[in-house]
Design a protein around this ligand. Structure first.
Ligand SMILES: [Ca+2]
Ligand SMILES: [Ca+2]
Length: 282
């Protein structure tokens, strides 16, 4: 019974520690919370880090220390995969009696990274000394809608998916395409995203799980099905009915699928060609 009591106390203490780490002063890096740790700020695209020993025996003058910049974010080195695929920078330098400095280094590419040093006396393995935030990237592509449609643009929304529960908000980016459906979204931060494209008289297009890590993404394509006049993302009787009830009329209306100002055969054809189809999700 006494043992059980101790166990419960230990679990409670652990839970308190866990919740404290959530509410302590923190920084957020690409959706990952890193308690009290340093994010290196670049100067003209170059990074520097100085580590001052935390105990007197970690460094002696002339000690060889290795710097590693590794893709990924973790609060302990064991949370990282350190391999040829993940290392973005590696260097070696000689310490003073109390500190080691690495100046003006540029990783080969810049996703969210963890910065570590290795070679401290009495420290088993590398030690985390900071983090580098991913450089935002460009996301671009082209969505297609009804061929020959006049002056139609799409609204493209990129929303971050699968955010950790403690993260208050997802990143959301919204742009308009040009009339050819081409779009470009600048300054997108690292994460996994859902893209949704909408346009008048068309069923929306959705693409899930777009992983944005460290490089620009181009060439995204998607098809918005024509003929969804009521905007419920399925082309069916209500859409057909909207065409027929406005047939041969000159008016500005979503029933004018191709945007030529008249509701006529081309609009009817746009509905019939996708009849009973649902909005595309990739
Ligand atoms: Ca519809
Ligand atoms: Ca028309």
């Amino acid at each position: 019974m006494k043992y059980l009591y101790r166990l419960v106390l230990m679990i409670l203490a652990l839970m308190m520690l866990t919740s404290m780490s959530v509410y302590a002063a923190t920084v957020t890096l690409g959706g990952v919370e890193v308690d009290g740790n340093l994010i290196l700020q670049p100067v003209s695209g170059k990074y520097s880090v100085t580590y001052n020993e935390s105990i007197e025996t970690e460094l002696t003058a002339g000690q060889q220390i290795v710097l590693l910049v590794v893709k990924g974010v973790a609060t302990t080195p064991s949370g990282l995969t350190i391999s040829a695929d993940t290392i973005r920078y590696i260097d070696q330098a000689v310490s003073t009696d109390t500190s080691i400095a690495f100046s003006n280094f540029v990783p080969s590419s810049i996703p969210n990274c963890t910065v570590l040093i290795s070679g401290l006396t009495g420290v088993d393995g590398p030690k985390i000394v900071g983090y580098i935030e991913a450089v935002p990237v460009n996301v671009s592509g082209t969505v297609s809608y009804l061929s020959g449609v006049i002056n139609r643009v799409a609204t493209i929304t990129l929303t971050e998916m699968n955010m950790p529960a403690y993260t208050p908000t997802s990143n959301v980016f919204t742009v308009q395409s040009n009339t050819s459906g081409q779009f470009n979204i600048p300054l997108v931060t690292e994460g996994t995203y859902r893209l949704v494209a909408t346009a008048q008289s068309h069923a929306k297009y959705t693409k899930n799980n777009i992983s944005i890590v460290e490089l620009d993404i181009s060439g995204i394509t998607g098809n918005l099905l024509s003929g969804d006049i009521d905007g419920n993302d399925v082309i069916e009787f209500l859409d057909l009915s909207a065409i027929l009830s406005n047939y041969n009329q000159v008016k500005t209306d979503p029933a004018d699928v191709d945007g030529n100002g008249v509701i006529e055969f081309l609009d009817l054809s746009a509905v019939l060609s996708n009849y009973n189809k649902n909005a595309v999700v990739d």
